[in-house]
Design a protein around this ligand. Structure first.
Ligand code: SF4
Ligand code: SF4
Length: 466
């Protein structure tokens, strides 16, 4: 496909090549029509250029790249990482606008706001101040903002002594992530409670943001800094006998999937698995089928290289960390399979619509919470949306004034399905989906761990009453 426009910088060239590649392929024209904002716009631009000869401009290519939230639903991992590469190049060249910097750095905003949460909440409760703050941060005037928690999770964890290493095994190190850590500490506290109800000693090691918000906005320097920190601390923790768990599917997606991308093509990995001089050994994709796929090195060595986003970091350590981290749902399911899960749940009479978020689906761990929630007496769990449904929030995309309407429109099919399920509560493990559900639906929204923790507490109370 010959290109005739679309900017001369590396950033625009990268996005243009994505556009040309996907226009040639055409698979996602219909496949992704209702669950992604990028592809409808990509094909609209392409069709307009082709039919009316109107060249696609740099601004249009830039806007196009902003529509990808790395949800992972589209079929080609390379394509979406190219979009991120395009964004990263642009930030390298032009820097990042202040409004995006404020929104992208969840960790910094969380730390600042929880220094004086009451003052922050009081200030934001005055409509003129709130709308001015939204303007500065590029947030749409109608978007509901989360309340700042009175005490963030990390401060609470220190008060509980969870920053100290426990002596009693079994023990787990918990990676909370920034959104739970600063904005929904009740979720992170529920994770600690659930582990404790199962007799597992909890440690909250020093941690930085997982890196996803800054990666999405093209801030490579901050992302690598934070991921490097987590890699070092978490791996050291895992190597001293801790299970590593996280409750946020986006943190899990980064730590378990993105971090290890292409690491197996590195020389260090090939050496570690005793690949011969003329082969590239690739670990089989599924946990059930262990072993390797072997490819001829002379044919593939130029395309199968460790050149992805995290290539600067040690490939063996990236693989080791990704293999050590478990999603909390996956971890509890394993305890259940091994008959080690505490199942003394109290009764919760409720009808819950469960939505499995995109970054959980992308980890290939199934829907562990669905089964776990069904163990709670009285709780009816129904599916709230399918594999191609999207909440539309896309991290911070739904906050941005230019994408707010598009974010709500994208979410409509899912919201209709949830309404049709007639729930009393909505459950999802993604806190970004939670923000969108809270914005668009009249139901209370919980993380599955909050319900599981509540069921444990009710079960304990029932036992004490007897
Ligand atoms: S993402 Fe992959 S499958 Fe979809 S249109 Fe682009 S190249 Fe084709
Ligand atoms: S990762 Fe998600 S948002 Fe990005 S192009 Fe693919 S489907 Fe669209």
């Amino acid at each position: 496909m010959q290109t005739n426009s679309g900017g001369n910088t590396t950033s625009e060239k990268v996005i243009r090549s994505v556009l040309d590649g996907c226009a040639d392929c055409d698979t996602c024209r219909f496949l992704m029509d209702e669950c992604c904002l990028l592809f409808p716009e990509l094909y609209r631009l392409y069709d307009e250029e082709k039919e009316h000869g109107r060249p696609i401009g740099e601004d249009e290519l830039q806007r196009l790249s902003e529509l990808c939230t790395l949800c992972g639903l589209c079929p080609c991992p390379d394509i979406r990482m190219d979009v991120i590469r395009g964004k990263t190049e642009r930030v390298r060249r032009k820097g990042m606008p202040m409004s995006i910097r404020l929104l992208a750095d969840v960790q910094r905003f969380g730390r600042l706001s929880t220094l004086a949460p009451k003052a922050f909440n009081r200030i934001l409760s005055f409509p003129p101040v709130c709308s001015m703050a939204k303007k500065v941060a590029g947030i749409h005037s109608q978007r509901k903002l989360p309340r700042i928690a009175g005490e963030n999770f990390f401060a609470w964890a220190r008060r509980q002594g969870l920053d100290r290493k426990p002596h009693r095994s079994p023990k787990a190190a918990y990676f909370a992530g920034c959104t739970a850590g600063y904005f929904f500490p009740e979720v992170a506290r529920a994770a600690v409670a659930v582990l404790s109800f199962n007799g597992i000693s909890v440690h909250v090691p020093p941690q930085q943001c997982c890196g996803m918000p800054t990666l999405l906005e093209g801030d490579e320097r901050t992302t690598l800094e934070r991921v490097r920190f987590n890699l070092e601390v978490l791996l050291k923790t895992a190597r001293t006998g801790y299970d590593l768990v996280c409750s946020c599917p986006t943190c899990g997606f980064l730590l378990r999937i993105l971090l290890r991308e292409n690491a197996c093509y590195s020389d260090a990995y090939q050496k570690s698995v005793n690949a011969t001089a003329d082969e590239i050994k690739i670990p089989a994709a599924s946990a059930e089928h262990k072993g390797f796929i072997r490819l001829k090195k002379s044919m593939y060595h130029k395309i199968l290289t460790d050149d992805g986003y995290f290539h600067e970091l040690n490939p063996l350590e990236r693989i080791a960390l990704s293999e050590s981290v478990m999603d909390m749902g996956q971890y509890l399911k394993r305890l259940h399979r091994e008959k080690r899960l505490n199942t003394r749940f109290g009764r919760i009479d409720s009808r819950a619509a469960y939505f499995a978020p995109c970054h959980q689906r992308e980890q290939g761990i199934g829907r562990p919470y669905e089964k776990l929630l069904q163990l709670i007496p009285g709780l009816t769990v129904v599916s709230g949306g399918g594999a191609m449904d999207c909440c539309g929030m896309g991290g911070s995309l739904g906050f941005k004034k230019d994408f707010h309407e598009a974010s709500l429109n994208l979410a409509q099919p899912l919201m209709r399905k949830i309404q049709a399920a007639d729930p009393t509560v909505v459950i999802t493990d993604c806190l970004s989906c939670r923000l969108q559900f809270q914005h668009m639906l009249p139901f209370p929204v919980f993380h599955p761990l909050e319900l599981i923790s509540q069921a444990y507490e009710l079960g304990r109370d029932e036992k004490e009453e007897r």
